[in-house]
Design a protein around this ligand. Structure first.
Ligand code: 5GP
Ligand code: MN
Length: 338
């Protein structure tokens, strides 16, 4: 954030405001952690605040401090709309385009308020009064930490804020191992531990509360994996029937796509997950090195994200989607086979 933006934000927050914080649809650890971290910080400034999520989020995040205060736009629709109508400030966190908020998009487009974006995705849209966008950041949670620092509020970081921000940095960096993890990220995380984040407990809550059905579903996913050596690519499919047979719950497939990248010589990993209710195949893309899955997802699957982690969707059925994917891959052969 530049000085002008900091001054603008300070002036907005010097007045009592009614503030709504919005993460993207299907919020992940970084989206929920950044929203709840910012929520607690704004509360400490005596602001009226609420987090409204476009839809539900996985159970492995439902222990996070104050997550029970989050309004689910699908479930608590009229309460959410009331907050949205009355809001004077809208923070949008961990996404770059209002279309990432699903059903909330039309309300946000019409809404007159001071919008503040904090995000690390590529190609941010220009809808906010203040846009704090940095694609080199590990996570939106690291940016919320910076945001608090810019406002001179580091002394406000208590156990609640620290726990939420730690969680998002941890999940978005693959436990501090992805390329975007900088020495600064580690310094921030160290400070968060000093402020009360219980790192061991947070890892346990997020990663070690598996259900047997989820592990069995992982088994199905791994045995469905197709390896295309000539494209250094591995992909996984999961049909709705396979999900149903394993008592699928939101978040159960989190992390499955990464297994492809643990294979030697594989630099592009994809998972295709059927969602019959929405009539789509939801796709996650991951890569190692210079192959940009953001561009791949943007160009061919109506999505986007980061260079090495992106998502998208297909409105065709699974077979047609896989055929399309195989055809597209051919034009990337030289990039994928350096
Ligand atoms: P995931 O594959 O874990 O759902 O998402 C990976 C990254 O891509 C995240 O940063 C996420 O916000 C982004 N992403 C996921 N799905 C979509 C999508 O449909 N459109 C866009 N623009 N980004 C997405
Ligand atoms: Mn993020």
């Amino acid at each position: 954030m530049n000085l002008e933006d900091i001054t603008t934000v300070k002036s907005i927050l010097s007045q009592p405001q009614k503030i709504v914080i919005i993460p993207h649809k299907n919020p992940d650890g970084d989206a929920i952690g950044s929203c709840l971290g910012l929520y607690a910080f704004l509360k400490s400034l005596n602001q009226e605040v609420v987090v409204i999520a476009p839809n539900d989020y996985p159970k492995f995040l439902k222990w996070m401090p104050k997550n029970e205060t989050i309004l689910n736009f699908e479930r608590e629709n009229s309460q959410s709309k009331k907050w949205l109508e009355e809001a004077t400030v809208v923070f949008t966190l961990d996404f770059n385009d209002l279309s990432r908020t699903g059903q909330l998009e039309s309300f946000l487009k019409e809404k007159e308020a001071d919008f503040i974006m904090i995000d690390h995705h590529q190609q941010p849209k220009d809808y906010a009064k203040v846009t704090y966008s940095d694609v080199n950041m590990s996570s939106t949670c690291e940016m919320v930490y910076n945001f608090i620092e810019y406002l001179g509020g580091l002394d406000k970081i208590d156990e609640e804020i620290a726990t939420n921000l730690y969680t998002g940095i941890m999940t978005d960096t693959g436990s501090f191992k992805y390329r975007s993890t900088s020495s600064r990220t580690h310094k921030v995380v160290a400070n968060l531990i000093d402020c009360g984040a219980n790192n061991m407990e947070i890892h346990r809550q997020v990663f070690d509360t598996n259900s047997p059905s989820r592990l069995h579903l992982l088994g199905v996913a791994l045995s469905n994996m197709v390896i295309l050596s000539e494209y250094s690519t591995a992909y996984i499919t999961l049909t709705q029937d396979e999900l149903d047979a394993h008592d699928f719950k939101k978040g159960d497939t989190e992390g499955f796509v990464n297994y492809g990248l643990t294979l030697e010589d594989i630099i592009f990993a994809v998972i295709f997950i059927e969602n019959k209710e929405e009539g789509i195949i939801k796709i996650s893309f991951r890569s190692i090195g210079d192959f940009s899955v953001n561009e791949f997802a943007r160009e061919h699957f109506n999505g986007g994200g980061h260079d090495n982690a992106a998502g998208g969707r297909s409105d065709e059925n699974m077979d047609v989607t896989i055929q399309k994917f195989n055809t597209i891959l051919k034009s990337y052969k030289s990039q994928l086979n350096p």
